[in-house]
Design a protein around this ligand. Structure first.
Ligand SMILES: C[S@@+](CC[C@H](N)C(=O)[O-])C[C@H]1O[C@@H](n2cnc3c(N)ncnc32)[C@H](O)[C@@H]1O
Length: 283
């Protein structure tokens, strides 16, 4: 616990890049357990389940210069990273013009945001992420964002220093929308891939797989295992996170090393409330 607090403080106070979105399953609090498994040296870093990009931002701060390929199936999320990388000052100006009140939240939430520019998508996502309940990203069957207003006293959705630091870290990163399978064609011997998929639910009542409209079922978990195995066979270093559900132990039984770690979730995955749950690091 002491170690965890020390790392979080150093990530937060040196003016360096760190996640500018709260993301379910975000790995900031697990960095101390993940970092010992990151190779000393690697070619390109690949993060195909990008979310809040906690490990990417940490490596960008601590291992520059550094090549990265980042992707996610959530197109709004990807467009947000592209705008923060390429047009951060416009994103900041737009966010600074947004008031913090429930009426504006409701109006922004209802916009047909996919028809707008990347800058508008980024401001939309950052604002809703910081002012919506619990930082959730949740959409209905029509891809409409449906998280309620969070009623926080002073949410910091417009944080120019944080956004500019993220922009610098992303400057040379390749960012694209797409499924994790693409990494199989992109990664080369000596590269490093971190897979942080939606987790296999620990129990039937604890599922939180609705990151996108598509969900992420057992077939996808199997395809992911197969991609990871193929990459390892080609000399690519891989690291995966997942829950410690029996199905995960079964999937990675042959040819992988499994390390159990404790984790505390920002959004509980447990039917009985918040608290530490076991997770696996797989390599
Ligand atoms: C657990 S989150 C990643 C959290 C991230 N590591 C962080 O630190 O914030 C999982 C991400 O996978 C994305 N995702 C879901 N299905 C996917 C797929 N088939 N291929 C690529 N990304 C996917 C979701 O949109 C979500 O952003």
């Amino acid at each position: 616990m002491v170690v965890l607090r020390r790392v979080e403080r150093s990530v937060g106070t040196d003016g360096g890049a760190k996640p500018f979105l709260k993301w379910v399953g975000g790995k900031r609090s697990l960095l101390p357990q993940l970092l010992p498994h990151v190779p000393e040296r690697f070619g390109t870093y690949h993060e195909p389940f990008l979310g809040g990009a906690a490990l990417f931002f940490h490596l960008a701060r601590t291992r520059p210069p550094f090549r990265a390929r980042l992707s996610d199936t959530n197109e709004r999320l990807v467009r947000t990273y592209l705008a923060v990388r390429d047009r951060v000052e416009e994103v900041i100006v737009l966010l600074a013009s947004y008031p913090h009140d429930p009426e504006f939240f409701a109006e922004l939430r209802a916009r047909d945001i996919d028809d707008r520019s990347d800058v508008e998508v980024a401001a939309w996502l950052v604002y809703l992420n910081h002012t919506g309940y619990n930082g959730l990203y949740r959409v209905n069957s029509r891809n409409r964002f449906n998280v309620p207003f969070g009623a926080y006293a002073r949410p910091r959705y417009c944080n120019p220093a944080l956004l500019r630091a993220a922009s610098r870290a992303l400057a040379s990163a390749h960012i694209e929308a797409g499924g994790f399978e693409r990494v199989a064609a992109r990664a080369r011997r000596g590269d490093f891939v971190y897979f942080d998929p939606p987790y296999v639910p620990l129990t039937a009542t604890s599922a939180f797989t609705a990151y996108t409209r598509d969900g992420f079922g057992h077939d996808a978990q199997q395809r992911l295992r197969d991609v990871a195995r193929a990459l390892k066979g080609r000399g690519v270093r891989v690291l995966l996170s997942n829950s410690s559900a029996p199905a995960v132990h079964e999937l990675y039984r042959d040819g992988f090393e499994l390390v159990t770690i404790g984790a505390r979730r920002a959004v509980s995955c447990r039917a009985d409330g918040r608290g530490p749950i076991a997770e696996l690091i797989i390599r």
